[in-house]
Design a protein around this ligand. Sequence first.
Ligand code: HEM
Length: 692
Amino acid sequence: MASKRPTSTTPDQRGAGDELHQGVKRGERLTTATGTPLGDGQNSLKVGDRGPTLLEDFAFRDKMFHFDHERIPERVVHARGYSAHGTLECLEAIPDLTRAAPFQRKGQETEAFVRFSTVAGNLGSPDLARDVRGFAVKMYTDEGNWDLVGNNIPVFFIQDATKFPDLVHAVKEEQDRGWPQAQSAHDTFWDFVSLMPESTHMLLWQMSDRTIPRSFRFMEGFGVHTYRFVNADGDDTFVKFHWKPRQGLQSVVWNEALKINGADPDFHRRDLYAAIDSGDLPQWDLGVQVFDEAFADEFDFDVLDSTKLIPEEVLPVRVIARLTLDRVVDNMFAENEQVAFGTHNVIPGIDFTNDPLLQGRNFSYLDTQLKRLGSTNFTQLPVNAPRCPVRHFQRDGHMQTDPQLGRGNYEPNSLSGDDRGPRADVVHGYQSVVRQEQGPTRRLRAESFADHYSQARQFFISQTDVEQQHIVNAFGFELSKVEDPRIRTRVLANLLNVHDDLASGIATVLGVPLPAASEAAVPTRTDLPESAALSIQLNGPESFAGRKLGVLVTHGSDKALVQAVATAFEGAGAVVEYVAPAIGPVKLKGGGTITPHHAIDGGPSVLFDAVALLPSAEGAADLAGRASAQDFVSDAFAHFKLIGTGPAAAPLVSEAGVEPDDGFAHLGSADDADAFLQLCGSLRFWDRDIRA
Ligand code: HEM
């Protein structure tokens, strides 16, 4: 006999969480995936009050079925990433060089989507791993989607795509033990690269502070390969693409990176989200190095070799457009995870070269995306769908969402639509550049790819003293994690071909003797000049705009001083966050309260670009005895940060074991705030880096 059906509100509703909620009482109706409204979303269908669950419970099965299949394979590389929407604005029309749609008219705007990423770590790995950053840009042009799938480093580890699986296997966690996660500091990576001298130039970049950027906003992007521009007449030129952050370049230091990973593993994604959300929109200039066959023939290296760059001093970067990111993602899965970039996604006006790495990439992306996204129809997902009309005869397939009307599903046909289906357009459609290719089919690396050390040396000598020391230390750190000493020796032997100071510096850090240099295929050139464009420190912003100041406050902190510092920094486009002994409101001397953003135990100074210590005398005495407060000061000091000290901060500074230097600014009164702001414009006080 059927029991009585519950009414909309049952007596079982009680407790703040509706623990025994049995009916719909407010809001939109909850349904199954097929739209059936549910009467209960909290309990499965059981026999009796405490009996077994019934297989008949379609609502339970509907929900659990979908949950069980929520995960899709993560990207085989670049799994960890974060995205934003934006716009590319053309600053200079270049129809003489290319018919690519975004560059035909000054002021023209093209919708864009960008995904930044690390390479080696899995989806849940920390943001501040020492790793190359992906910088992938999808541009939804009037003539199809153009993807510029780049990195924040202008060269790559290998010259031929067939080595890519080996490279990735070597850097990912080791197969017999499952670690380390998101790190190159282990035997298999260094074993591989020590046997592949072509990786040396990239290794120098990887061991530089480029691979521990302070923010996605403060790093460059590069297309890496030589591509082609093609104009409406079919004339082509070579082109290399550069993204230059208008915020300037900035990285953190290694010890800081390690601590950020603990304090906030989402540091980079949080930073990008917060900046865009607050209206501080990050921008990059898109620049090009355009050159012809004659330049390529005369250039020191092969322009098809992705382990080489063209120094900006040799061929200046010409800015043609500006990218602004202005919208965070609404849903990480729908956008960040389902977006599919590929070097093969080009538009009329953009073409490939014979770079053997690029040629291989053109195969790999589409291939992997079928596996990752599960259907050939992933181009219909909103984040991947072109914004221009799409007409073709690709039909059916898993998860087809286009009704694909009409009779004719072949080309040519006279039955679809207006009695004439879509046809290729010989005048306006994509035409590959006509190239003459000939020669014997062979598996061979051209002699023009043989110089593995000269540009590595050029990179090293182009760094400031501090940057060179950071490179030496990074090699030292990574190689100290290598267990097999033969691998370390091979790396040092290769690096002796780059620069004596580099190899001997690393040997000193490691405390091992220098081996003999390895035999190089061609001698290292010592005549390549320094290139200032390769340094981060020489390309800083000289401004604190877009950076973050951490202000340490306690009960009794001086209101006028705190306000003056906040007003100066916020007025200069910086973010100010307060750190206090506890998260509750802090009472200021002079009236009023501040609600801190962080309690001191969860707000270490590694989260900030500079710090101001503005405690009251009582507060300073209390903090001086707390390890987290001591670390706050000593870490800021050790990471070469600028430090402002209020009138009562001295006991805390001294208890932290820190001796104030010229990187300190005394904040005796509100009048000193501007001077501190000016000092912070240099971002770090590198003179403190005594090892340099
Ligand atoms: C032969 C060399 C390479 C191969 C075979 C290769 C292959 C791949 C594959 C299979 C993915 C995952 C794609 C996905 O699941 O959607 C990927 C992602 C990516 N690759 Fe490469 N890659 C190569 C070299 C490079 C180089 C030289 C760059 C930079 C210029 C680069 C930049 C990226 C970026 C940025 C992503 C992430 C795209 C995203 O955010 O979804 N790759 N690559």
